[in-house]
Design a protein around this ligand. Sequence first.
Ligand SMILES: Nc1nc2c(c(=O)[nH]1)N[C@H]1C(S)=C(S)[C@@H](COP(=O)(O)O)O[C@H]1N2
Ligand SMILES: [Mo]
Length: 308
Amino acid sequence: MLVRIPKGWEIRESRATPESVFRDRRRFLKLTAGGLAAAALGRALSAADAAPPAPSSGLPSAARNPRYTIDQPITPEKFSSRHNVFDEFSLERDQVWKLAERLRTRPWSIHIGGLVEKPITIDAEDLIRKMALEERLYRFRCVEAWAMAVPWTGFPFRKFIEFCQPMAKARYVRMVSFNDPAAPGWNAGRRVFPYYEGLSLAEASNELTLLATGIYGHPLPNQHGAPLRLIVPWKYGLKGIKSIVAFQFTRERPGTFWNELSPDHYSFESNVDPREEGQDTEELIDTGEKRKTVKFNGYGEYVAALYA
Ligand SMILES: Nc1nc2c(c(=O)[nH]1)N[C@H]1C(S)=C(S)[C@@H](COP(=O)(O)O)O[C@H]1N2
Ligand SMILES: [Mo]
């Protein structure tokens, strides 16, 4: 069993931030060891209450794009699918998968609006069928200093922008998660939802930025943000908003969930940065191996110019 010691960021938060804001995140770290042990047992999914198949199911499997690969083993799915952050369902990392399981993701309306030539509402399935899907191996780094590497299926955000046709004056894109307290499994007592995120259009157009529809060669299970979630591998995981229902193109920089809760600790950009207090090392969720954090999570050659 993995034994975890308190992380630097945990100390930082308790020192500088009102207790009410961070009590939950601190509590999880104490529970993490148990969560990972449960994952290691590889508990079987109960099929009984399963929701209908995800919108991307039934599509031909996407070919792996060899340009995006990693220099470490892929994290086994039994770890990544049992240690999740999706606070709408549970603040306990090892409980999310079970609670999220019954969420219905079909049909799933996605609104595209704001500064676009023609605002539309489109079903996730119709949108996904319009896009050419590919698989990419990416590193993933949470601000809680855990890390993994997984194969995502999806389409480049850049292609999605072409589809949306934003007006020339648009500079940012704001994204919003589903918000349905009546949804099965919803258990969001302590936080105010929906979760919302944003990127500059320069960031969203970067070749790395992906809208994911699947993981490990199959549709996204709900705990990973079905039917559509954002993946920006050079940023902390909190930027990767799950189960998106709206995209709004804006001229002004939009607010983001964690930045507005605690601006001193979570910047709009939230790029992985080992110089930040408590972020110099990270721990792999499967092996417990500790290693040095790399600036931009190792993706500097793709993105450093965005921030120069
Ligand atoms: N809607 C929503 N999206 C979210 C979150 C959340 O709580 N709600 N958590 C974020 C955080 S902090 C992380 S680390 C990643 C975790 O993604 P995973 O569970 O697929 O590994 O999702 C991000 N997206
Ligand atoms: Mo995170």
